[in-house]
Design a protein around this ligand. Structure first.
Ligand code: TYM
Length: 342
């Protein structure tokens, strides 16, 4: 049985994109894989976080995992900073990855903006920590949204370079030549890149200053209804076939959201709503969104009333994660040639 790893940053405003692009797929994979789902708090601090808000946000992502249907007894749910091996392996990988590789990362360029001199070193090295997250469990599959594709490709390159750089030591010490497997991205479903409700050319994001750009997982029915009704559209009726969505990013986005929430394809949704007005489609989308997201938001709020319970889930998950990660780290130290207790 194959191993899945994925992570979500506790940086507030968890939204529909995080849910459809990632968390909803995490839930499904539980049936077929051993899954490890991580609240990546070390990644969050690559941009300064208010400490109290960070604590709150770590619990909130955990609550979102549980409320969406991730089972912390059958699978592993924890926060990254409780398993020191992530940071430890990241250092080794910092010494494997090349500056030239990181220089190509588009997310760093976007996040650092024009004032690159002022970006944290952590923000730059972020993808190496992400590679460490995956490789420390030797995970084979990584469910993510489209925006993480480049980081996953880098993780694959790092895994391969480690295996090559240390191939003789790996063989001499009796490990499999592919010590780190090549992690495969799982970018699946009709909503791998959910766009802003205000601008079909921008990704839905936690950091967009307009709350109307996204549906938050904790939004109540009224907020969801208002945001969907105000979502930008164009004046044309909906097309009857997927091809007709090509130059219409806002329509494409809403149809994709509908399809993902309903567990249908975009083509199927258009067969039902093609030729109709947006107003009708939007009303149905409001009902569907409230139906699917309402219970998750309510359960998140209920879980947040009991932070001690949420923290206990994370501590227990961290213990189980550490048991796997420490084995890998022992082997890595052995391969690299560090001296350690037997
Ligand atoms: P983060 O916290 O930005 O986002 C969490 C997940 O949500 C997906 N996502 C989206 N999917 C569709 N449409 C959107 N608008 C949208 N916005 C976000 C992301 O692709 C992601 O899957 N670097 C990662 C966290 C991470 C990680 C890892 C992921 C750290 N280590 C190891 C996988 C494996 C991130 O910043 O995700």
């Amino acid at each position: 049985i194959q191993r899945v790893f994925s992570g979500v940053q506790p940086t507030g405003n968890l939204h529909l994109g995080n849910y459809l692009g990632a968390i909803a797929n995490f839930v499904k994979l539980q049936e077929t894989h051993n899954c490890i789902y991580c609240v990546v708090d070390l990644h969050a601090i690559t941009v300064w976080q208010n400490p109290d808000e960070l604590t709150h946000n770590i619990r909130e992502v955990t609550a979102a995992f549980l409320a969406s249907g991730i089972d912390p007894d059958k699978h592993i749910v924890f926060n990254q900073s409780q398993v020191a091996e992530h940071a430890e392996l990241a250092w080794v990988l910092n010494c494997v990855a090349r500056l030239g590789w990181l220089n190509r990362m588009t997310q760093f360029k976007e996040k650092a903006g024009k004032d690159r001199e002022n970006a944290s070193v952590g923000l730059y090295a972020y993808p190496n920590l992400m590679a460490a997250d995956i490789l420390v469990y030797r995970a084979t599959h990584v469910p993510v949204g489209e925006d993480q594709k480049q980081h996953l490709e880098l993780a694959r390159d790092i895994a391969q370079k480690f295996n090559n750089d240390f191939s003789e030591s790996i063989a001499a010490k009796g490990y499999d030549a592919k010590f780190f497997p090549q992690p495969e991205p799982l970018i699946t479903g009709p909503a791998t890149r959910v766009m802003s409700l205000r601008d079909g050319s921008k990704k839905m994001s936690k950091s967009d200053p307009s709350d109307y750009s996204r549906i938050n997982l904790t939004d109540d029915a009224d907020a969801i209804a208002q945001k969907v009704r105000k979502a930008k559209t164009d004046p044309e009726p909906l097309p009857s076939e997927e091809d007709g969505l090509k130059a219409r990013p806002e329509a494409d986005n809403l149809v994709g959201i509908y399809a993902a929430l309903a567990g249908r394809t975009k083509a199927d949704v258009l067969r039902e709503f093609g030729g109709g007005q947006f107003s009708t489609f939007k009303s149905t989308l409001v009902d569907l969104s409230v139906d699917k997201l309402g219970p998750i938001g309510n359960e998140m709020k209920r879980l947040m009333q009991d932070p001690a319970h949420v923290d206990a889930v994370l501590v227990k998950g961290a213990g189980r994660a550490r048991a796997i990660a420490s084995e890998t780290m022992k082997a890595v130290k052995n391969i690299v040639g560090f001296v350690q207790a037997k």
